[in-house]
Design a protein. Structure first.
Length: 202
């Protein structure tokens, strides 16, 4: 069978590789002069910009994909510090701090990571590699762990169970931008992204 895929973004390229693995003849059409879609980069003079996602969140997903299409996953180099956070008002820096992979200076961070790891692992097992339906949230493993897998509260409310410091709340709330939201309207279950960041070092 001959297949034409429109768009050489992550979705188009990965679909093409899956189909090629099955022996199909695949042609990928792209309107831009380079592949990658939102994951491409753009350069102008001495400046370079990521045009979209630039974080290797949930490495297990990428590793599964590469293995399924018969490729080796890319070599990943961990960096330390993980990132730097600056807070304040326009032109006024209030506080800045580097986040390393040791969080002992933050009280209750270990218990936070334990609970977000639980969310992360449960989501990987129950949701990630399937088409989700509302009935999936009625799974006994979800219902019996609503305190540790909260689906009825916000990310900010969840984070405040552990921390009151405004700076650390900002550090744990900014992961909501991956969903185009804010910590005040993003479901708490997305705290699992913080496990990927702080627990797995992405």
């Amino acid at each position: 069978m001959k297949v034409i895929i429109v768009g050489a973004g992550i979705g188009g390229l990965s679909t093409a590789l899956y189909l090629r693995k099955k022996g199909e003849e695949v042609t990928v059409i792209e309107k831009l002069d380079q592949p990658g879609g939102r994951a491409r980069s753009f350069s102008h003079e001495e400046f370079s910009f990521d045009m979209g996602p630039s974080w290797y969140l949930m490495p297990e997903v990428f590793e599964k994909f590469f293995h399924e299409v018969g490729e080796e996953p890319p070599q990943i180099t961990k960096v330390n510090p993980l990132f730097s956070l600056y807070t304040g008002k326009l032109n006024v820096l209030e506080r800045s701090e580097e986040f390393h992979d040791d969080f002992s200076q933050f009280k209750d961070f270990e218990s936070y990571l334990e609970d977000t790891q639980f969310m992360y692992s449960l989501a990987m097992e129950k949701f990630l590699f399937k088409e989700m339906k509302f009935s999936d949230f009625l799974d006994p493993a979800i219902i019996s762990n609503l305190k540790r897998f909260p689906i009825f509260t916000s990310l900010d409310s969840f984070n405040r169970r552990y921390f009151s410091d405004d700076f650390i709340l900002k550090a744990l709330g900014f992961s909501s931008v991956f969903l185009g939201g804010s910590p005040f309207n993003t479901p708490a279950v997305y705290a699992m992204v913080n496990y990927a960041i702080y627990g797995k070092g992405v």
